[in-house]
Design a protein around this ligand. Structure first.
Ligand code: ZN
Ligand code: ZN
Length: 386
């Protein structure tokens, strides 16, 4: 990434946080946006994908205390017009003489040894591989994956897609179709910014021709559409019993470290699709099971469907009310510490519709009503004095 790229992007605006936001707020804002903009949630939405990359890049810098400080300093300098190439008051002369305020030296070249004293100012932000500095741990990467309810119970190997995490192999990151190369923007001469005078001051603004990139790709790479970046796929193991919204941390699978530093972590938020029939309460699997009035009254052994295809039999005791919860021990969801939760069967008395009732059944019910004349509301009325 070039100096120009960095200082022209407002990482704070990208994440929607103020410039003095504490680290915790930046992390929170990033996570929220990452969830909303994740390509899994916005399939085929190029805008969302571009935004996702933007916030990932912003978080990459702002989540690192030192790089954030350097970014702030570089931006302050750039906006004040004292940045080499931005020929405001103060001029470029201060940064190594050789440029003489010409403003047509590509910014990246300014980082070379010739600039004298320049590198120290921007330090790690731009010279990520400068020798003599300590190892730096790689950044954490946020990802999301959506799995079926069934798979959440058995566990699985899932593929997690991380947009923009890999260099496009087709164009080697150039963004141009193989056999072609990007050309330097003739308007800004590769700087990405143009200067204009206003009221005696020289102001710098991003070049409109190349949108601040400094180069123009006439023939974009067909595989990455000119971005030079591709998504990276990671296979991760999702344990049996994972719950919706659970975050899994995969150590060492984030961004690579620098100067021998250890890699960051991959943090995957798992979304579990709801099931048509089964639900979940902690380690317990839940199901609502219709039973007949006779079964509820007289008691019965009833079959309950399961997720593994073999129904199990549950005893409904005589006099079971609608809403009663019956428990099949150990037939629930695998627990992290071993063992299984239970299957909780909530019974619901199914009331036949009039057209489902045969004349014989209707007669039998009328006879039942006469044989069992009690008023189930009597106790309630007495209690409330009505
Ligand atoms: Zn490409
Ligand atoms: Zn340009």
């Amino acid at each position: 990434m070039s100096v120009r790229d960095m200082v022209e992007k407002d990482y704070y605006a990208a994440l929607g946080v103020p410039k003095d936001a504490p680290a915790a707020d930046i992390k929170k804002a990033y996570r929220k946006l990452a969830r909303e903009l994740h390509p899994d949630k916005n399939p085929g939405d190029a805008k969302a994908e571009a935004r996702f990359k933007e916030i990932s890049e912003a978080y990459d810098v702002l989540s690192d205390e030192r790089r954030r400080r350097e970014y702030d300093e570089a931006r302050a300098l750039f906006q004040s017009g004292r940045f080499p190439g931005g020929t405001g008051p103060g001029g470029a002369g201060g940064y190594g003489g050789g440029f003489g305020g010409q403003g047509n030296v590509p910014f990246d070249d300014l980082l070379g040894g010739g600039a004298g004293g320049f590198g120290g100012l921007f330090g790690d932000l731009f010279q990520r591989s400068s020798p003599g500095r300590g190892p730096k741990r790689g950044g954490d990467i946020e990802a999301e994956v959506t799995i079926s309810f069934e798979k959440s119970l058995t566990g699985l190997e899932a593929t997690v897609r991380i947009p923009g995490a890999a260099t496009c192999a087709t164009c080697h990151g150039l963004g141009a179709r193989p056999g072609t190369v990007p050309r330097t923007c003739s308007v800004c001469r590769g700087l990405g910014v143009i200067s204009r005078s206003q009221g005696g001051f020289a102001l710098s603004e991003p070049c409109r021709e190349c949108l601040g990139k400094g180069q123009i790709i006439d023939h974009p790479c067909p595989d990455c559409h000119g971005s030079g970046r591709r998504e990276r796929e990671q296979r991760i193991r999702i344990p049996a019993g994972v719950a919706d919204g659970q975050r899994l941390k995969v150590r060492g699978r984030g961004s690579p470290g620098e100067r021998g530093g250890s890699p960051g972590d991959l943090e995957v938020t798992v979304h579990v699709q709801p099931h048509q029939v089964f639900g979940r309460e902690g380690p317990n699997l839940t199901i609502t099971l219709p039973i007949t009035f006779s079964e509820a009254t007289l008691g019965a052994s009833v079959r309950v469907p399961t997720l593994d295809g073999a129904p199990l039999t549950v005893k409904v005791p005589p006099g079971t009310s609608s809403g009663k919860r019956l428990r099949a021990k150990g037939r629930g969801i695998p627990k992290a510490g071993g063992g299984n939760g239970d299957l909780i069967v909530t019974v619901e008395v199914a009331v036949p519709k009039p057209n489902e009732l045969s004349p014989k059944a209707r007669t039998a019910l009328q006879e039942f009503a006469q044989a069992h004349p009690g008023d189930p509301r009597e106790a309630l009325m007495t209690l409330l004095g009505q």
